[in-house]
Design a binder for this molecule. Sequence first.
Ligand code: CO
Length: 161
Amino acid sequence: MLFMRCLIVWSIATGLTAKPCQLEITGDDMMRFNKKELSVDSSCKQVTLTLKHVGKLPKTAMGHNWVLSKTADKNAIISAGITAGLANGYLAKGDKRIIAATGLIGGGEQTTVTFSTANLQIDQKYLFFCSFPGHYGVMVGDFLFKASATGKVKQPATKKQ
Ligand code: CO
C-alpha cells in the first residue's frame, strides 16, 4: 500500500511540475503552424516552447519564429521587425512588447525558448505568431494563460495507520 501511494504521489508531482509547462509547435513549408491555440496553466512559473521547422526550405525563403505578445502589440512588433530585417530575425532588438521569442529557423531546424510567466495575466489576450514578412496573417494563434485547474497543490494527507 505504501508503495502504491508513493507511485501515485510521484505521478501527480511530475505531472504538475513538468510537462504542462512545456509546449511544442511545428511550422512547415506551406507557411503553417500545426496549432491554432496554445495554453499553459497559470501554475507554470516558466514555460518552455520548442519550435520545429518540419519543412525543407531555407530560412531566407520560409523562415519561422515563434513570438508571444499581447494581442494589441502584434502589429507594432511586426512593423518594427520588418525594419529590423532578416539579419535580426525580423524582430527589433530590445522590443519590450515582445514577451518571448525564438530565433528564426529554416527547414529541418528547431529552436527553444524558456520564459517567465511572472508578467502574464489570466484575463489578458495574447497571441503567438511568426514575424517573417507575410507569414503573420496565417501563422498566428491564441495563447491562453489559464486559471489554474488545480488551485493550490496540496500535499496528500498522510494518515496514520
Ligand atoms: Co514563418
